[in-house]
Design a protein around this ligand. Sequence first.
Ligand SMILES: [Zn+2]
Length: 86
Amino acid sequence: MIREGFAVIGCPRCRRMQVADLTHATKTCICGHKIDMTKTKLLAVSDSADEAGAVLRSFTAPKNSGFVSAASMYSSSPAEKTLKKK
Ligand SMILES: [Zn+2]
């Protein structure tokens, strides 16, 4: 199955979010990890690379809300909860 367009995906190894061309089966992250496009979760899909890039920036912007950012994922880690515990 050939898909067209661009998707925002997150690398399962380094958690870096990036734009990937959906016509390719895999996307190699800059950390070296090869992401399988058919198995990874597509956070957003767009017709154009520019639009996907804009979505990616909105995901990574500190002011964004409604989406789980990398920062909030880290803050919900068990270690953080232990620190907050009285
Ligand atoms: Zn990576």
